[in-house]
Each structure stands twice: as structure tokens, then as C-alpha cells.
Design a protein around this ligand. Structure first.
Ligand SMILES: NC(=O)c1ccc[n+]([C@@H]2O[C@H](COP(=O)([O-])OP(=O)(O)OC[C@H]3O[C@@H](n4cnc5c(N)ncnc54)[C@H](OP(=O)(O)O)[C@@H]3O)[C@@H](O)[C@H]2O)c1
Length: 271
């Protein structure tokens, strides 16, 4: 199913567009002639990207700064989009982050912020915007999960579980709207060089530090694969052949075994 055609009053709402994969997803949509509305907390970054996109190809770009972990800020988004005279044709739920470290040492507030951003915001924005798409019988949703969705992830327990939630939710939503003209896909990247590792405090992580560079895919290539997959009507997109093989292997292995092996690989004496 193709992406909705570019129209002056229609937009692609891209969350987490101030950095990394989200900024590249916005660039990719603009490259395909679509207008974008950029959402994240860092308004200065969003305005810089908007200026770049507008000057490169004269794209229609708006900036709506919002903290997606905040239910009230999320609830205000449909009215803010309508005030701009726009309708959301494409929803890209990309904003997210990970924590790192064992649960028994976790910062409770940060863990709950992760669940609100990586899980609750995805559910909320789909609930807020998909009904309009199904009634117009046109639209597309791309939810950014991760290859972490396929395996339990000790020292990133809430992140792995959040992404498993996003993947499962996306498959279910896709089935529900299959006959409504709305297309839904999950983008499941493996490792990508962005601000993600620094935000998560994973810079010195034993497993992440040992990941072969061949597994890394550039943010631009991830974004291109995600938008291509959405346009082709794919259910899930895993950029990189080795990441695809790893996801299949992880999904087939017993979760308790995978968790024990990963924990042994990553633990740093703080058990
Ligand atoms: N990098 C990887 O290895 C990798 C692998 C698989 C999946 N992913 C997923 O890809 C997505 C993008 O990550 P990235 O790698 O591009 O990381 P990134 O460079 O750190 O970007 C994360 C984006 O999420 C936004 N964000 C975080 N918390 C937010 C909040 N409360 N409200 C609004 N926006 C928020 C950030 O914007 P502000 O800080 O300006 O709000 C930023 O734009 C995430 O869902 C991540 O889980 C990443």
C-alpha cells in the first residue's frame, strides 16, 4: 500500500525528530515530497532541522515541541496540529530512550519515564490519530521498535520489554486496520550510531562495546529502509541482513537461556 500522496493540508507527524533516526525519518519523508511536523522536547534542534528542510527543498515543515512522557502535552497535540490547518496522514512514533543497569539499582523515576515515553506515548498517539485515518480510509503508522523487541535484555530490562510491547502492539493494530486503507509497520533497528547510547549510559557497556561494527547501520539507511517498508506494506522492517538473522535466532531461542547468556556477557560484578 503506497504512502498517502503529498497534499498541502496533510502532514507526517514525526516524534523524536530532534536527533538520530527521527531526524533522518523526517528528511526521508521530505525527500518523498511529504510535509512533516516535528515533535520532541529540544525546540532549538527541531527549528534547526526545519530550517534545513525548508531551505533544501522548500518543504512544508512545522515544529511542535512536546514532552511525550507528559500525558497533557500529548493530549494537546491533535488540537495543535488542527490549529496549523493540518491533518495527520502519517504518524511516526520514533521518540524513545533506554536506561541501563540492573533493576535493583534502577532510578525509579527514570524507569517510569521510559515506560511513559517508549510505551504509553506510542499507545496514546496511535489512539489519538488512527481513528481519523480509518475514517478517511487513508493513512500510515510507523512505530519504531528495535531488535531488542525479540529478546529479554538484562541491564536494559524495561527497554527490551517496552520494545517487545511496541512490536506486539504494532502487529495487532496492523491486523485491525488491514481493510481500512491504513498501513502499519514496525521498524526494528539493530545498533545505530546516534545519541541513544550516551543517553542510556551505555558508552562503557561490555556487550555494546564488543558489538561488531558490521551490525551497525547508519541512521539514514535505517530511515530509508523504514519508509520503504511502510510504503511497501511490510509488517516489520529489520535493517541489515545480520540484524535480521540475529532477530530470527533470538526469537527461536528459549528466552530464559538468552537472558542468562546476555546477563553473563554484560554483568560487571554488581549482581
Ligand atoms: N540507536 C540505536 O541503536 C537504536 C536501535 C534500535 C532502536 N532504536 C530506537 O530508535 C528511536 C530513536 O532513537 P535514536 O537512536 O535516534 O536516539 P536519539 O538520537 O537519542 O534520539 C531520541 C529521540 O527521542 C526524543 N525523545 C526522548 N524522550 C522524549 C520525550 N520525553 N518527549 C519527546 N521526545 C523525546 C529525543 O528528543 P528530545 O531529547 O529533544 O526530546 C530524540 O529526538 C528510539 O525509539 C530508540 O529506542 C535506536
Amino acid at each position: 500500500m503506497p504512502l498517502p500522496a503529498p497534499r498541502p493540508t496533510r502532514t507526517c507527524l514525526v516524534t523524536g525528530a530532534s536527533s538520530g533516526i527521527g531526524a533522518e525519518l523526517a528528511r526521508e519523508l521530505v525527500r518523498r515530497g511529504l510535509g512533516v511536523t516535528l515533535v520532541a522536547r529540544r525546540a532549538d534542534r527541531l527549528h534547526r532541522l526545519a530550517a534545513e528542510l525548508a531551505s533544501d527543498g522548500g518543504a512544508r515543515v512545522e515544529v511542535l515541541p512536546a514532552d511525550l512522557s507528559d500525558a497533557e502535552e500529548r493530549a494537546a497535540l491533535p488540537a495543535a496540529v488542527a490549529d496549523l490547518g493540518l491533518t495527520v496522514d502519517v504518524l511516526v512514533n520514533n521518540a524513545g530512550f533506554s536506561t541501563s543497569g540492573p533493576v535493583h539499582r534502577a532510578d525509579r523515576a527514570r524507569e517510569l519515564e521510559l515506560v511513559r515515553t517508549d510505551v504509553e506515548a506510542v499507545v496514546d498517539l496511535c489512539t489519538l490519530f488512527v481513528a481519523g485515518m480509518t475514517s478517511r480510509r487513508q493513512g500510515a503508522v510507523l512505530n519504531v521498535a528495535s531488535t531488542a523487541a525479540f529478546l529479554p535484555l538484562p541491564r536494559q530490562a524495561s527497554y527490551g520489554a517496552a520494545k517487545a510491547f511496541v512490536l506486539s502492539y504494532t502487529h495487532a493494530l496492523r491486523a485491525e486496520v488491514a481493510s481500512t486503507g491504513v498501513t502499519v509497520a514496525a521498524l526494528c533497528p539493530g545498533p545505530v550510531d546516534t545519541e541513544f547510547a550516551a543517553v542510556a549510559g551505555l558508552d562503557g557497556d561490555q556487550l555494546v562495546g564488543k558489538l561488531p561494527r558490521v551490525l551497525f547501520v547508519s541512521p539514514a539507511a535505517v530511515a530509508r529502509a523504514g519508509i520503504d517498508g511502510l510504503a511497501e506494506g511490510r509488517a516489520a522492517v529489520i535493517p541489515g541482513v545480520l540484524n535480521r538473522a540475529g532477530a530470527v535466532a533470538s526469537a527461536l531461542a528459549p528466552p530464559s537461556l538468552v537472558a542468562r547468556i546476555l546477563h553473563a556477557t554484560r554483568h560487571d560484578g554488581d549482581r
